[in-house]
Design a protein around this ligand. Structure first.
Ligand code: PGA
Ligand code: ZN
Length: 433
């Protein structure tokens, strides 16, 4: 008997950080080990993501996942029974073949990913290893640079500001723990500044302060002010990362900034972002243009890709083939990796491997609808991506992940390496002016 053979697979409906239904799966192995994983959910999704299967109808606004749960407990459980769980690629291929569609539209990526990830946890448990070491082996010791949201926006904050994520990174920090300490001060100071402006308080979906700005650029000014108020040098020590999530307000080459009541074409938006890059210490920009605007995405990357990280999220949806297409045109230089955009661990890993081969950087990312599941922290370390984005510095579905990375850094002790400013290339991010 192979102790790593799958003996049982069970799913249930649990609830995410927005109070919406999601899928949790447990995989039990013949030797007695058990693994468990919960799938997250996005709100500003790329159109080419694998399908998150929702039941429709009236219950929970159509968002129930009982069909996906039933798929795990029925077909999937049967199909994976007896498989060696440590053959992740073989298991994931079986899930892909069982679904039989390019976008997991039959079984649901939420069904397949829950099992794919729970199996990895079961193997780690059987080996008595943390997930990052089970997947990544003894060399997995690179702690990621965190991208931490300070102000929420876009689809995560009632579109009170068009840009979705105003984040900080800490190129000057010497360890993951120090990056957390610095971020904590910046986050706190940003809250003080918001209160001083008379803002209503409260936080957006990922825990960033609720936006209260009259222009998008005002949020950038507030972020720089918060970095300075916290006692850091903007750029060298603490820099800015943005997720424009432009697919949310742009289509067909037209971009509508609702907050500023104006519409721009792609070149207008590029011009605006270039101005921001000149004025503010921006290290990283995600989805600066919409997913249907590949040529403009490439033009933007040509213009700033040498000094700024240009991240494709909705553009690339963690897909190796889409990444290769984008790379052929020179669009983006970094891929955001969200396992639920594809529905198996192996496909997400393939996107990272393709990225590496093409000289792209990678950021493992959470979704706006999250849970206590901390798997993505382990994936970032196992795969050595060097960057991790899980939302803000509040709400426990976020803090659970930052805290898990702290535990791992401590556990690794002197073996731990921190990705540091190297992830942004040779030049530290600072305003050009
Ligand atoms: P989402 O947002 O999880 O709502 O898609 C996260 C992101 O755009 O990076
Ligand atoms: Zn994004």
């Amino acid at each position: 008997m192979n102790p790593l053979a799958i003996r049982s697979t069970h799913a249930r409906r649990v609830w995410d950080s927005r109070g919406r239904p999601t899928v949790e799966a447990e995989v039990g192995l013949a030797g007695g080990a058990l693994g468990r994983a919960i799938v997250p959910a996005g709100a500003s999704k790329g159109s080419r993501e694998a399908l998150e299967l929702r039941d429709g109808g009236a219950r929970f606004g159509g968002l129930d996942v009982l069909q996906a749960v039933a798929h795990v407990n029925g077909e999937i459980a049967q199909a994976v029974q007896g498989r060696a769980a440590d053959d992740q690629a073989g298991l994931d291929d079986a899930l892909i073949a069982l679904d039989g569609t390019p976008g997991k539209t039959r079984l649901g990526a939420n069904a397949t990913l829950a099992v794919s990830l729970a199996a990895a946890h079961a193997v780690a448990a059987a080996r008595g290893l943390p997930l990052y070491a089970s997947i990544g082996g003894p060399g997995a010791a690179l702690l990621p640079m965190p991208q931490v949201q300070v102000f929420g926006g876009g689809a995560h904050a009632g579109r009170r500001v068009d840009i979705q994520d105003f984040m900080v990174v800490c190129p000057g920090a010497g360890s993951f723990a120090q990056a957390m300490e610095w971020t904590a001060e910046v986050y706190r100071c940003a809250g003080e500044l918001m209160r001083a402006r008379g803002a209503p308080g409260g936080v957006a979906d990922e825990g960033g302060w609720w936006p209260d700005f009259s222009t998008n650029e005002e949020a950038l000014e507030a972020l720089v002010a918060a970095i300075e108020r916290a006692g850091f040098v903007p750029g060298n020590e603490v820099a800015i990362a943005l997720d424009v999530a432009a697919s949310e307000f742009g289509r067909g080459g037209r971009y509508r900034l609702g907050l500023e009541a104006r519409e721009l074409d792609a070149d207008g938006l590029i011009e605006l972002l270039l101005r921001w890059i000149e004025r503010y210490p921006i290290a990283s920009i995600e989805d600066p243009l919409a997913e249907d605007d590949l040529a403009a995405f490439a033009r933007f990357t040509q213009a700033v890709g040498q000094r700024v990280q240009v991240v494709g999220d909705d553009l690339l949806v963690s897909s190796a083939p889409l990444l290769r297409e984008a790379a052929a045109l020179g669009a983006a230089n970094t891929v955001l990796l969200k396992p639920n955009q594809r529905g198996t661990l192996s496909e997400t890993l393939q996107a990272w491997q393709a990225a590496r081969a093409l000289g792209y950087a990678g950021i493992v990312s959470a979704r706006s609808g999250e849970t206590e599941d901390t798997s993505i922290v382990h994936l970032a370390i196992a795969w050595g991506t060097g960057q991790l984005k899980v939302g803000s510095f509040a709400r426990s579905e976020r803090m659970a992940k930052w805290n898990e990375a702290l535990r791992i850094e401590e556990r690794l002790g002197p073996r731990a390496r921190f990705a540091g400013s190297a992830v942004f290339g040779r030049n530290p991010p600072r305003p050009l002016a």
